[in-house]
Design a protein around this ligand. Sequence first.
Ligand code: SF4
Ligand code: SF4
Length: 220
Amino acid sequence: MKRYVSLEDISDGHLYTSEDLVKAGCGDCKGCSDCCKSMADTIILDPLDAFRLTTGLSCTFEALLTDRLELGVVDGIILPHMKMSGAPACCSFLNEEGRCTIHDIRPGFCRLFPLGRYYEDRSFRYFLQTHECKKTDRTKVRVRKWIDTPDFDRYEKFVCDWHYYLKDLEEEIAAKADDPSFAKMVSLSVLKVFYMMPYDGAADFYGQFYSRMRQFGWNG
Ligand code: SF4
Ligand code: SF4
């Protein structure tokens, strides 16, 4: 999701690589679950999240859409996000003790917070959002460790490829703004190919992802 804000207004002014230390460590979030509540449609899922959730919970993506997830339009393309419900609005995977019940398979956005990604020149770096996490005594942690995702170099390549793939689609949609059926066709295809079509939990995710990308016309 693009945000039209100045980096200086929302961050500490630095851009970080995965090897850098950043003040994001929040002591296992003890006593706080703020970023699992009232997040509206901002916890957007990527295909790796679809893989993690469907294989980890042994369910279909359609089943998750009945009560756990919702669809929303992100920069012109329909994508899924975590559903917030109740009062206060909470993620359905948050338990009464304020803990995530799917910690090991939580989405990439949950792993990233309170970091964000700043994309430029077909690459990206990280920034620390300074107004989001209320913990005042955050400790320094290496970005790669904070995000807690195996096979990290492949993960970063996937994040970058997925971002620019969607961005290129978004530009195609904008160029064909006089044909709304094109935008609909793109969104339905993205949902079907990258989220609904079952993944094999015993096989490597990235192999399955790039095979689908190529089927969908990607030749990066
Ligand atoms: S707001 Fe900060 S301390 Fe609270 S749950 Fe999120 S990351 Fe943890
Ligand atoms: S999946 Fe877990 S970490 Fe992410 S918003 Fe839901 S409860 Fe919080």
